[in-house]
Design a protein around this ligand. Sequence first.
Ligand SMILES: NC(=O)c1ccc[n+]([C@@H]2O[C@H](COP(=O)([O-])OP(=O)(O)OC[C@H]3O[C@@H](n4cnc5c(N)ncnc54)[C@H](OP(=O)(O)O)[C@@H]3O)[C@@H](O)[C@H]2O)c1
Length: 333
Amino acid sequence: MSDNFNRQVLLIEKPTGKLSSDHFRIVEGPRPEPGEGEALVRVRYISMDAANRAWMQGATYRSELKTDEVMAGGALAEVVSSKAVGFAPGDLVFADTGWQDYAVLPAKRLMKMPRVDPPTHLLSVYGVAGLTAYFGLMNIGRPQAGETVVVSAAAGSVGSIVGQIAKIKGCRAIGIAGGADKCRWLTEQLGFDAAVDYKQGGLFKALRAEAPKGVDIYFDNVGGDILEACLPQMNLRGRIVCCGAVSQYDGAPPTAGPRGVPGLIVVKRLIMQGFLVNDHFDERDKALADLSAWVNAGKLKIEEDVIDGLENAPAALIGLLRGENRGKRMVKV
Ligand SMILES: NC(=O)c1ccc[n+]([C@@H]2O[C@H](COP(=O)([O-])OP(=O)(O)OC[C@H]3O[C@@H](n4cnc5c(N)ncnc54)[C@H](OP(=O)(O)O)[C@@H]3O)[C@@H](O)[C@H]2O)c1
């Protein structure tokens, strides 16, 4: 890639069914220049998130994605030149740069990041994935030693960290993931007590066998049928952490919600609570201190799945939605 050019991945059509490479186009144009109060950043690693697909469905906690614009996405980037107070060439930042080589952004949309080795940890354990796992489990789930914690999309970026924090807190950790290999990886490499392959069928019974005393915390990354299988297995005063609904992002809208709502919530006095990671940013320093202490002590293993090349970003997201990834997927630009 020439330093004077900027490749951009555009979202040219919003999917009504499954996302495909036809929904994107790569274009090349001149490298932009920063105006007053702005910085030019070189994108280094783009975070691949299930939420990227959810944003195509309409306005959520962020505004609706528009077609023929650069595909939105968070990334780790380096400041190339700056007319923004507080930012200098070489600074590392996190920003919604979108899927492109370069972006020009105002200072208020840049978050300065520390130098960490490896820097990719700033997108995984010290980024949205790690903080989402931490705040969701600690602040909403509130785990107590001896409790049983179940997490879905357990081999993904958020789920793999949730299960390991549950173990650190003295809980029994059960992952739900797609495929025998992923399940083996969760138990043999990440220390989960058990893992259930939802693609095998019979999820309700398989989960019952691994959680004979019931479930105290269900960390829900997927919604749909898996939430429905977990609901009746919740213990009295259990907590359901509603983190996301990846089973409902890549296709037509679901026809009906899970059975058992609200009946089981009433009878079992469950708390079912949604959250967004940034709701808890005032506690970020404490979370990062805990996460880095666990990583440094070898208690928290971080898996990163780095795909090379901006041109491969569409395939990387499509593959993530199909369950190709283990741990945090990102694209090196
Ligand atoms: N609340 C927040 O602030 C916040 C912040 C970040 C992320 N999130 C949410 O956290 C969840 C995880 O996101 P992520 O970006 O970290 O992705 P990820 O977990 O790394 O990857 C997504 C995984 O979802 C699983 N999956 C896909 N379709 C599924 C289906 N129909 N049923 C069950 N599992 C399915 C796949 O694994 P399998 O092989 O196991 O199917 C895939 O690997 C998402 O729901 C996301 O929206 C929430």
